[in-house]
Write a protein that binds this ligand. Structure first.
Ligand SMILES: Cc1ncc(COP(=O)(O)O)c(C=O)c1O
Length: 388
C-alpha cells in the first residue's frame, strides 16, 4: 500500500475537478464561460506590478526571504489594522506572512488541534476548512449556518460534548459562498463561546473589501479575542494577486508562533519581490473602479436572475450569488446539465458542504460581456433545465 488510507477516501480538491469537467466540454469544441471559479478578472494594481519588476532586479530578492515575512510588509499590515479597525498589532509577533491564505488556514489546524481534538467548520463554507480534518487525520464537524438568521451559526446548538472536544473553529465573514456579513456583536458572542470552551477562532477575512451593504468587522476588535483568535488575510481578492500567492495570519502571538514553527519546517518564505509588491498594493488600497464594477455586475446578475424567475436577494457582500435550486434538482446534477447544455460552468453547492445540496454558487469574476453571453445561453437552455 503506497498511499495513506486517509487519502484513499479523501475527495479531490473540488475546483481542480471542476476545471477538469470544463476542459472535457471544451475538448468537444465548445467555449465554456466559467462562473464557477473565484478568480478575479481585474488586473493587479499597476503599482504592484511595477514594484515586482523593480524588486526582481534587486540582488537581495533572490536570497531566502525572512521566515516570518518581510518586516516592512508586516508593519504595513499592522498600520492597515489600525486605520481600518482601530486595532493595534505588534508586527514582530502578531503578523505572519503566508503563501496565500489557504496554506496558513491549513497549517493553523496542525498548530492548534491535538489528535482527538475537533475542528468546527462552517457549512456552507470554503472547502479547505472542511478538508483540513481528513488531510491531517483530525476530527472535524460542520457548524451549520442558518439562512433564517443571516447565515450565522447558532453556537447554542453545538452539543456540549463537541464543544468539549473542539479546539479550532473556522468562521468566515464576509462569507463565501452566502454573501453574508457579521456584526461586531456576533464576534463578541463567538469569542464568549470560544473563551468558555477554550477554542481557537480563525476568522477568514478574505472578502473584507467586497461589502455592498453594511461593513466588514474584525474579530480582533473584540479585546478578549487577542489571546484566542487569529485572522486570515489574502492579497488574492482585494488586489487580484491570486497567482502571486501572498497572505497573512494575524492575531494571537502564541498561536502564530506555533504556525511559524510549522512554516519554517515546510516552506521558506514568500519571494521578497512579491512581498514588496504586496505592500505597494496594500498602501494604494483596492481599486475603486474594480469595486464599482463588481457591484454593477452583482446588480445586473440579480436582475437577470429575477427575470428568469429566481427569487434571490443580491448578496450583501463578496463576489458570489448563492442560488437555491428549483424543486427536485441536486446541485451537482444542475451544474452538470448547465455545463453540458448551456456551456456555463458554475460551482455545485456541495463543494461548500452537505448543506449546499440544493444550491449553486455563481461567481461575478467574469467581465460583463461574458456574463451577458452566459445568461443568454442559460436562458435558451431553460427548457432543458426545468426538471432533473
Ligand atoms: C473564503 C476564502 N478563504 C480563502 C481563500 C483562499 O485564497 P488564497 O489562498 O488565494 O489566499 C479563498 C479563495 O477563494 C476563499 O474564498
Amino acid at each position: 500500500m503506497l498511499v495513506a488510507n486517509r487519502f484513499r477516501t479523501m475527495p479531490a480538491y473540488v475546483f481542480a475537478e471542476l476545471a477538469e469537467a470544463r476542459k472535457q466540454v471544451e475538448r468537444q469544441g465548445h467555449r465554456v464561460i466559467d462562473l464557477g471559479a473565484s478568480d478575479p478578472d481585474w488586473p493587479p494594481p499597476t503599482v504592484a506590478v511595477d514594484t515586482l519588476m523593480r524588486a526582481a532586479r534587486e540582488p537581495e530578492s533572490h536570497h531566502y526571504p525572512p521566515y516570518r515575512g518581510w518586516l516592512k510588509l508586516r508593519e504595513g499590515i499592522a498600520r492597515w489594522y489600525r486605520r481600518r479597525f482601530g486595532v493595534e498589532l505588534d508586527p514582530e509577533r502578531e503578523v505572519l506572512i503566508t503563501h496565500g491564505s489557504k496554506e496558513g488556514l491549513a497549517h493553523l489546524a496542525l498548530a492548534v488541534v491535538e489528535p482527538g481534538g475537533l475542528i468546527l467548520y462552517p457549512d456552507p463554507g470554503y472547502p479547505t476548512y472542511r478538508m483540513v480534518g481528513p488531510l491531517y487525520g483530525l476530527a472535524a464537524k460542520p457548524l451549520p449556518l442558518d439562512p433564517a438568521v443571516g447565515y450565522l451559526p447558532d453556537f447554542g446548538r453545538v452539543k456540549a460534548g463537541d464543544w468539549e472536544r473542539a479546539q479550532l473553529m473556522y468562521l468566515n465573514y464576509p462569507n463565501n459562498p452566502t454573501g453574508a456579513v457579521a456584526s461586531l456583536d456576533f464576534w463578541r458572542r463567538a469569542v464568549e463561546w470560544a473563551q468558555r470552551w477554550d477554542v481557537v477562532i480563525c476568522s477568514d477575512l478574505a472578502y473584507v473589501d467586497f461589502v455592498w451593504e453594511g461593513e466588514a468587522v474584525s474579530v480582533l476588535q473584540v479585546p478578549e479575542a487577542r489571546d484566542l483568535a487569529v485572522e486570515s488575510l489574502t492579497f488574492s481578492k482585494s488586489y487580484s494577486m491570486q497567482g502571486w500567492r501572498l497572505g497573512a495570519l494575524v492575531g494571537s502571538a502564541e498561536i502564530l508562533e506555533a504556525v511559524y514553527k510549522i512554516e519554517t519546517q515546510v516552506q521558506s518564505g514568500v519571494f521578497l519581490a512579491v512581498q514588496k509588491a504586496g505592500l505597494a498594493a496594500l498602501e494604494a488600497g483596492p481599486n475603486p473602479a474594480a469595486l464599482a464594477e463588481y457591484r454593477a455586475r452583482r446588480d445586473w446578475v440579480g436582475r437577470q436572475l429575477g427575470e428568469m424567475g429566481w427569487r434571490v436577494a443580491p448578496p450583501q457582500a463578496t463576489l458570489y450569488y448563492w442560488l437555491p435550486l428549483p424543486g427536485g434538482w441536486g446541485s451537482e446534477e444542475y451544474a452538470q446539465r448547465l455545463l453540458q447544455v448551456a456551456h456555463v460552468a458554475v460551482t455545485p453547492g456541495t463543494a461548500f458542504g452537505a448543506s449546499g445540496h440544493h444550491h449553486l454558487r455563481l461567481s461575478l469574476t467574469r467581465p460583463k460581456n461574458e456574463l451577458e453571453r452566459a445568461f443568454a445561453q442559460w436562458r435558451s437552455a431553460l427548457p432543458e433545465l426545468l426538471a432533473p
